[in-house]
Design a protein around this ligand. Structure first.
Ligand SMILES: Nc1nc2c(ncn2[C@@H]2O[C@H](COP(=O)(O)OP(=O)(O)OP(=O)(O)O)[C@@H](O)[C@H]2O)c(=O)[nH]1
Ligand SMILES: [Mg+2]
Length: 327
């Protein structure tokens, strides 16, 4: 406990070692984390959380770097959480990325941290939300979470931020890919990066068409805070459009803060509820399978050549006292 109070005190005093340590606790599901979060929780909720997602190579990291500069030029502070997919195939390149990003931070107003999916034990959305809470309590004005927007885990991460920026770039069928992957549905701001390349104008027009066609039909589909996402052109290479991107993010923020569609408090409460469900899910799973009894039950039941469904129902029956689902 002494240990814990000391680290929280250091966090509040602006100690980056404490910041790093608490994020590691979140990442590794350290048993001290929940109590630490309890201590810092009164200071959570001030930072604006920006999610940056999109297909591999669209320029998310380059844009994040650009955003860091644009934010610093306004004298605001910013923390970045870069989520590595930690695939064995791309691990090398991403590691390079991480080093490139971490190198640039002699600046006290910037903090950059990466989090590997594998190290968060599958609970990526839970761990990244916890890490954001720590960075928020530390006092950063803005937090950027960068993911590769492909899988369910990344969508869940995006569900925990305030403004989602989907980054696309010109190139074979990217716009269409994005629509197929449902990326447009999660976007609060659409960013067409690499506007210095041919095809960017075309992609912008295509996206605007797609948004026009889709939105009126189903205004409720995008859920809380729904508005037609603006399409912003950027070139991270030429540092073009970064202020426009920041302005689009701020405009989305003002829109939510004015409660034009739904109250910001209510939206954030929804995100907290999702976090509670994630924590309960993780803990249940852990409790269930760490008690050797259930694992043994599964083994012995499967021996009797009954189906996995029947075994599952037996286990659920014994744990929750529910009766088997009947068709
Ligand atoms: N022409 C051009 N190239 C860019 C621009 N922004 C990024 N790139 C290049 O695109 C490539 C991918 O950039 P990253 O910033 O690593 O993209 P990413 O989306 O973070 O990539 P992953 O993390 O691997 O998914 C790099 O070679 C960049 O130099 C841009 O505005 N214009
Ligand atoms: Mg990247």
């Amino acid at each position: 406990m002494q240990d814990l109070l000391e680290i929280v005190e250091r966090l509040f005093a602006g100690d980056r070692g404490a910041l790093a340590r608490l994020i590691s606790w979140a990442e590794n599901r350290d048993s001290r984390f929940p109590a630490a979060l309890g201590q810092i929780y009164p200071r959570v909720g001030r930072a604006w959380r920006i999610g940056i997602t999109g297909p591999p190579g669209a320029g998310k990291s380059s844009l994040t770097n650009g955003l860091v500069q644009a934010v610093r030029a306004r004298d605001e502070t910013i923390a970045v959480l870069a989520i590595d997919p930690s695939s064995p195939f791309t691990g090398g390149a991403l590691l390079g990325d991480r080093i490139r990003m971490e190198e640039r931070t002699q600046d006290k107003g910037v903090y950059i941290r990466s989090m590997a999916q594998r190290e968060s034990h599958g609970g990526l959305a839970r761990a990244s939300s916890d890490a954001c809470d720590v960075m928020d309590a530390f006092g950063f004005d803005r937090i950027v979470v960068e993911t590769v927007g492909v899988g369910q885990a990344e969508y869940d991460v995006m569900g925990a931020v305030d403004t989602v920026v989907v980054v696309l770039c010109p190139g074979a069928g990217d716009g269409i890919q994005a629509m197929k992957a449902g990326l447009l549905e999660v976007a609060d701001v659409l960013c067409v990066n690499k506007s210095d390349l041919d095809g960017a104008d075309r992609l912008i027009l295509d996206l605007e068409d797609a948004l026009r066609l889709r939105r009126p039909r189903d205004p409720a589909a995008a859920g809380a805070g729904a508005m037609t996402p603006p399409v912003v052109a950027t070139s991270a290479h030429e540092a073009e459009g970064l202020d426009d991107l920041l302005e689009a993010i701020d405009s989305h923020r003002r829109h939510l803060e004015r409660g034009e569609v739904e109250d910001l408090e209510k939206i954030r409460r929804g995100k907290r509820i999702a976090q509670v469900r994630r924590v309960v899910g993780e803990r249940l799973e852990e409790e269930l399978w760490s008690s050797s009894g259930h694992t043994a039950t599964v083994d012995s039941l499967l021996e009797k050549s009954i189906t996995p469904y029947d075994v599952a129902e037996e286990i659920l029956g014994s744990v929750l006292g529910v009766s088997p689902k009947t068709p």
